[in-house]
Ligand binder design. Sequence first.
Ligand code: ADP
Ligand code: MG
Length: 249
Amino acid sequence: MSTETAAPPMIKATAVNKYFGDLHVLKDIDFEVPRGQVVVVLGPSGSGKSTLCRAINRLEPINSGQIEVDGKPLPAEGKALAALRADVGMVFQQFNLFAHKTILENVTLGPTKVRRASAAEARTLAMELLERVGIANQAEKYPAQLSGGQQQRAAIARALAMKPKVMLFDEPTSALDPEMVQEVLDTMTSLADEGMTMLVVTHEMGFARRAAHRVIFMSDGEIVEDTNPNDFFTDPKSERAKDFLGKIL
Ligand code: ADP
Ligand code: MG
């Protein structure tokens, strides 16, 4: 028998509860994201998807339960929290780039400040990443000079510059003009193909069908289904999922 213990899941949530005042927004949430898996989170507006993402990054504290990233409980503060935020890359609906910094500076900032890379190292890595997301020729521009799709790809490059263990995406294409959605989804699909562990909140069902290893369906603060995409789309078990799919497909 091997003495090695299996690597823990990248994300593990156990009995997580979260309230905003009296509002119970995460109800006994249990799930895992194994290494290398792409898990897509679906569900109606207000079901708690963003709160769940934010809890994993400890942007929102939880009231009870436990969240572990790479086998370690979330740190509360200090350097350990900064390290967690570097390990867990997050891409939001709004691109959240620094408006007064160039695209290149946006991508080099984290590595130099948090990962303590030299300016030269950070620049080399940033240019590689901007190349990878297809906007190396925009490096010296400011965010406002880029299209929404280019800004979102810059935000992805910025998160990747921290060499994260896992990437969280919270409706990354919802604020984009329709013609720019695909370029961002393509960037995400290639990340997934490279084996990145990803938790993706999206309404893009095409992406969910093609890229997801698993689908989690949330409604009203609960995980109602946690299954493979094919079963979810062809044979949803719950009335709530049937209703949801009926409205969007
Ligand atoms: P989703 O991302 O699925 O649309 P959210 O996680 O944003 O859902 O919200 C879940 C519930 O929590 C909603 O009822 C929302 O109004 C509420 N909520 C979210 N953020 C806050 C907050 N900061 N304060 C109070 N209520 C909030
Ligand atoms: Mg949301």
